[in-house]
Design a protein around this ligand. Structure first.
Ligand code: NAP
Ligand code: FER
Length: 335
């Protein structure tokens, strides 16, 4: 009997906030494999904020998703059948093949996941792209070192939660900014952050930060941008480093954003601000992975996954990222 694939395609380009009507579920038969190809099945799909950018008709480091094309994204799961000598049935592989249940690949760009004590889903989160982003953004871009005060926005998300924990391992003081008291409880009580600020209820983020960062902010790891970033700038310490990792507060913005206007703070503090992409560090992933893996296996880095079941619910899971519905890494369990 033919195997039926399900995939989520881009139905229309969002104007402003993305909605479920921008996506469509389609079904098609899985074709026969050609020589050199491998068929694998998705157990989990990762939904990530960057995908919002791919829905726009603008070229960046990658092409936009075309209308009717499968949404871009990474899945992980077992090889079902293989005509590629490097992969055999049952191997667990991860690949950036889109929001779909089954994928055929020529093997290029696939990651084979070694069996280990941690669930395979971690390869899309704390031991995948988000974890590596945290690692290089904090240690390379922010140059965090013992004794530094680190502020991270989006602190209870996939990247931010790992940033704060690596900073603690390195002997930093860590303050996280996030959008609910439950999230703040998690990062302070369970993850060891020194303090947290709820940006949705705070009357004055700068004043609250000032209390938590008496020596100023040596490293600011920015996941969100906008007013939260404005609030951190006046507290930068001398020779501080700012990593621009993400600007999620503006990904759905319809109006042309102005700013930033607070750059004079960087003059006074001789601060360095740098945007970065995790893929810039591809050649160094093998340097980070053993350390991250050891930290997760030993419990020095804890993680949480927000799992929604069913490929058909992937759009809802994705949209939830922009509403703060996830604590930790947002995943879709497909089978
Ligand atoms: P995430 O933090 O797990 O999920 C997104 C979170 O952003 C939400 O849970 C929400 O938490 C927060 N948020 C949403 N809208 C916001 C707003 N208007 N203002 C403030 N916070 C808002 O996502 P992630 O995968 O870890 O990614 C975090 C950031 O890193 C994103 O900006 C992403 O684009 C970026 N990133 C960059 C790279 C790179 O290579 N440069 C790689 C991976 C990720 P609250 O409840 O706290 O609002
Ligand atoms: C992200 C935000 C933006 C990300 C990548 C980008 C991998 C890149 C955007 C672009 O090139 O347009 O979270 O994660």
């Amino acid at each position: 009997m033919a195997t039926i694939n399900q995939k989520i395609v881009l139905a229309s380009r969002p104007v402003g906030m993305v909605s479920e009507s921008n996506f469509r579920l389609v079904e098609e038969e899985v074709r026969e494999l050609n020589e050199g190809e491998v068929l694998f099945r998705a157990q989990y799909l990762s939904v990530d904020p960057y995908m919002r950018g791919r829905m726009n008709d603008t070229k960046s480091y990658a092409d936009p998703v075309g209308i009717g094309e499968v949404m871009t994204g990474e899945i992980i799961g077992p090889v079902e059948s293989s005509k590629n000598p490097r992969y055999k049935e049952g191997d667990i592989v991860a690949g950036r093949v889109g929001w779909q249940k089954y994928a055929i690949s020529d093997g290029k760009g696939l990651r084979k996941i070694k069996p280990s004590s941690v669930p395979i889903s971690t390869s899309l989160g704390v031991l995948g792209m988000p974890g590596l982003t945290a690692y290089f953004g904090l240690l390379d871009v922010c140059q965090a070192k013992e004794g530094d005060t680190v502020v991270v926005s989006g602190a209870a998300g996939a990247v931010g939660s790992v940033v704060g924990q690596i900073a603690k391992i390195k002997g930093c003081r860590v303050v996280g900014i996030a959008g609910s008291d439950d999230k703040l409880n998690w990062i302070t009580e369970e993850l060891g952050f020194d303090a947290g600020i709820n940006y949705k209820t705070s009357e004055n983020i700068t004043e609250e930060l000032k209390n938590h960062c008496p020596q100023g902010v040596n490293c600011y790891f920015d996941n969100v941008g906008g007013p939260i970033t404005d609030a951190v700038f006046p507290l930068l310490a001398l020779n501080s480093h700012i990593a621009i990792c993400g600007q999620i507060s503006m990904y759905n913005s319809e109006k042309g954003e102005k700013g930033p206007r607070l750059l004079w703070n960087l003059i006074v503090k001789r601060a360095t601000i740098q945007g970065f992409l995790v893929f810039d560090y591809f050649d160094r992933f093998s340097e980070a992975m053993p350390e991250l893996t050891e930290w997760v296996a030993s419990g020095k880095i804890k993680y949480r996954e927000n799992v929604i079941d069913g490929l058909e619910n992937a759009p809802r899971a994705f949209i939830g990222l922009f509403k703060g519905e996830n604590t930790g890494k947002q995943l879709v369990r497909i089978s």
